[in-house]
Design a protein around this ligand. Structure first.
Ligand code: FES
Length: 149
């Protein structure tokens, strides 16, 4: 009997969440956005239709980013540095970032929505692992997806 109001409340929240997600996908357009990527000694530019995450645009353009959760903000491996754009850090990212990383504008690529022109720096794999060991966020039981070309 006491579960019915709780169930109704959860259904209402689920419906509101779905409506907001659909509205964000269908009604909101961010237009063309430029993603400037600094990686080692290279600089690349991508022109995309905004609204999706950095991780999805980078993956679609064969730019490899460490990831093991598929963009669900649960592994913390997709760290990049946002030099310009990207908006404020989200609560879902903060648990994976040290104070130093926050000050250096490190973000999770799977959580940054492209809504404007963005400049990013992609650290190399070793740099990412070393920072995670230093911050004690490295988990040895996690699976890494690494591509060596
Ligand atoms: S891909 Fe796992 S946290 Fe971003």
């Amino acid at each position: 009997m006491t579960l019915i109001p709780l169930l109704i409340m959860n259904v209402i929240l689920l419906v509101i969440t779905i409506i907001l997600a659909v509205a964000d996908r269908v009604l909101v357009t961010y237009g063309e956005c430029k993603i400037t990527i600094h990686q080692e000694n290279e600089k690349k530019e991508l022109i995309v239709d905004g609204g999706n995450t950095l991780l999805s645009y980078l993956s679609a353009n064969n730019i490899k980013i460490s990831s093991s959760c598929g963009g669900k903000a649960s592994c913390g491996y997709c760290k990049i540095r946002v030099l310009k754009g990207g908006g404020p850090i989200l609560p879902t990212e903060e648990i994976f970032m040290s104070r130093e990383e926050k000050l250096n504008n490190m973000r999770l690529a799977c959580q940054v929505k492209v809504r404007e022109d963005v400049d990013i720096y992609i650290p190399d794999f070793i740099e990412t692992v070393m920072s995670m060991v230093k911050n004690k966020t490295f988990k040895t039981n996690r699976r890494w997806r690494v591509t060596i070309e």
